[in-house]
Design a protein around this ligand. Sequence first.
Ligand code: MN
Length: 487
Amino acid sequence: MKPEFWFVVGSQFLYGPEVLETVEARARKMAEELTKVLPYPLVYKVTAKTNREITDIIKEANYRDDCCGVITWCHTFSPSKMWIDGLRDLQKPWCHLATQYNKEIPNDEIDMDFMNLNQAAHGDREHGFIGARLRKPRKVIAGYWKDGAVHKRLGDWMKAAIGVAVSKNMKVMRFGDNMREVAVTEGDKVEAQIKLGWQVNTWAVGDLVKEMNAVTEREVEALMGEYEAAYDIATDNIAAIRYQAKEEIAIRRMMDREGCRAFSNTFQDLYGMEQLPGLASQHLMSLGYGYGGEGDWKVSALTAILKAMGENGNGSSAFMEDYTYHLVEGSEYSLGAHMLEVCPSLAADKPRIETHHLGIGMNEKDPARLVFEGKAGPAIVVSIIDMGGRLRLIVQDIECVKPIMPMPKLPVARVMWRSMPDLATGVECWIMAGGAHHTVLSYDVSAEMLHDWAKMMDIEFVHITKDTVPEKLEEELMVKDLIFKLK
Ligand code: MN
């Protein structure tokens, strides 16, 4: 499927055929020009003048898998009662682009004909009213359609809409259950499917072991070639790397067979396996698959969705875990890592393959894993939690830094950051909101994109920024609790 977005322009018959031809020609040109600068094609569909034209195009948008969203605009005035039936039935993400074909008011030429042709200023207000009246989730982007800032926001919205399409088709393969007694990684899988479209089901570790035993030497050899090309091999234990390759091929084969885009496993259930998949999970994540440790299927699906929302459909996003703090005054940081499984899309430099003993879990042999430092720069961490009756998405702005110490004995990939507004306040806010220790860390998905995604999925959104005050956040959480109880 090649994703695309549809451009639907509102008008009416009042203006006569000549004006409508001009509107159509301009709308077509805008879609063509915008397609050159946006991450996904924008396809001009119709200049809608009747209720029927609108309901027809919306029905088609709902039905067509490759249509990932609809962008509307009113070049002229378009009476909104004729939009009611179509918009009420719209099941795809909707963005209202409030723009104008011309940039300037032409001082010498402007007359009433010009005014009637170029009246987005009031056409878009009529269009906005019906969106508000219908309580329809939508994105409004205002500005000149040739401006870079508008392109950036439209592009980001498209990526959020891609996240919706990926979410609605998400299948998660679980090997083993949740880590025993852990609360935050639990959740209502039925509710997740109703709201987010995720199909979360389990497969036996024994079936995976069977699949591993069927992997051929030649297949292992081919994947070893990929590892060698992408990473520095910093161990003599080649057998451990080959074992990971076998795990990767088997997991991938099972996922692809079932159409799964994400998986979870747990170190408490490795029955018949010699090593917890480390390098295997890391390389699978680099290919765009989601992963969650300790049975955390929520973070696994979210990882795959954020990856798909990122650059070129496989961005710099990864399963992450808050591990430990550096609390020295003036230099307060979080250190994030996992037992093994951090995606190399976060790496500042070429990752190294190392093998080390792993005390936790049931590893008979030392698992191979990629070791690296995360990139410096602004990023976000994201958590989705089940509040009982609803899902809450929590996003926190962070600033990643080059780790301030080398930590030569730490045998895993690591990322160091300062959470906003500052470490202590940021931690207070995160804990108050109930955010998990497992997150997705992303360098290229923005909080605005996730806000749009949450709106489209109709789930709660909480954003912790440089300006967040704990008192205000507490109030916000209380108000949202009430709102979602009323919904
Ligand atoms: Mn964990």
